[in-house]
Structure formats: structure tokens, C-alpha cells
Ligand binder design. Structure first.
Ligand code: SF4
Ligand code: SF4
Ligand code: SF4
Length: 150
């Protein structure tokens, strides 16, 4: 079964791509250029790790951030699965590691790190402008209300 049939309001964070150890989840753009996860059902073992790590399916809480940073379009071009993998690797190696991301991407990283944000992470949260949702699901984002008050 496809993740988009099981996850309400997939925000495209890509945690599921990293969470699948069988490498059978990849992101594909729809007709509007918005990326969603697609499962290779032939390779899928039905282990449900992708759902376990999905912060929309299995929510994580985030700390309150004192400062937010302006969203730049270039951030939307990133391969987030590769970013999460690199950040996890560096943190595990003991490096102080910066991470720039929207709140849903921070939630994805936290989920992939075992629902824990390491002290070695330097987090730069990006402000999501309610007037410019990045994808249709942003309007029902669990973090949207917080963003509106900024
Ligand atoms: S159920 Fe398991 S094997 Fe299938 S896509 Fe999810 S993580 Fe990958
Ligand atoms: S982990 Fe992120 S991209 Fe994957 S199904 Fe959940 S919300 Fe969508
Ligand atoms: S509003 Fe921001 S945090 Fe919420 S889903 Fe959209 S990009 Fe992610």
C-alpha cells in the first residue's frame, strides 16, 4: 500500500525515505511539481518502519524556538533524505552540526534520531509564511498555528 493512502496530509518531509532500510521509498513529483513518497511495492517487506518514522503518522513534539530564519526558495530544492543522513552521520561522529529546516523537517530529523534532538545539533528553524504555503498540506500543518503567531 502507498504511504499517501495511510498518512493524512503528507508534508513531503522525506523521513520515510530514510526510515525504509529496504530502500523502496522514493519521492516523485506530481503534475504540480509537488513531491510525494512512492513505495516500490515489489521490494516492500511491509515492516512499517516508514510509518513509524513518519512524523505525520507518529507525531513528535518539538521544543519552542526563540528565533526563526527566513525561508529561501533554494531550501525547497534540497534532497532532504540526503541531508538527514549526512546530519545523522556527523552527529554520531561527535561533530557539532548545523541543520536548517522547516518545522516539519525538524520533526522528521528528530523522529529519525529516535525522537531526540542531540545537543550537538545547531538548529536553524525556518519561518513558514501562512500566506505562502509551500504545498497544499501546509494549510493543515500541525505547526501552522505556531507559525501564524510569529
Ligand atoms: S513497509 Fe518497510 S519495506 Fe515497505 S516501504 Fe515501509 S519501511 Fe520500506
Ligand atoms: S514521512 Fe514525511 S514524506 Fe513520508 S509519508 Fe510521512 S509526511 Fe509524507
Ligand atoms: S507549514 Fe511549514 S512546517 Fe508546516 S508542513 Fe508546510 S513547510 Fe512544513
Amino acid at each position: 500500500m502507498q504511504l499517501t493512502e495511510r498518512v493524512k496530509n503528507c508534508n513531503g518531509c522525506e523521513a520515510c525515505v530514510v526510515g525504509c532500510k529496504y530502500v523502496c521509498v522514493k519521492m516523485e513529483a506530481d503534475a504540480n511539481g509537488i513531491k510525494y513518497p512512492v513505495v516500490n511495492e515489489d521490494g516492500c517487506s511491509k515492516c512499517n518502519s516508514c510509518l513509524l518514522y513518519c512524523p505525520q503518522f507518529n507525531p513528535v513534539s518539538l521544543p519552542e524556538f526563540e528565533q526563526y530564519y527566513e525561508y529561501q526558495d533554494e531550501y525547497g530544492q534540497r534532497d532532504m533524505a540526503a541531508v538527514y543522513r549526512a546530519v545523522k552521520r556527523k552527529v554520531k561522529a561527535g561533530e557539532v552540526t548545523p541543520f536548517v529546516g522547516t518545522l516539519c523537517q525538524i520533526a522528521a530529523l528528530k523522529s529519525l534520531m529516535g525522537d531526540r534532538l542531540s545537543d550537538r545539533l545547531q538548529i536553524y528553524p525556518l519561518h513558514c509564511d501562512p500566506e505562502k504555503p509551500k504545498r497544499p498540506e501546509c494549510v493543515s500543518c500541525q505547526y501552522y498555528a505556531d507559525a501564524e503567531s510569529m
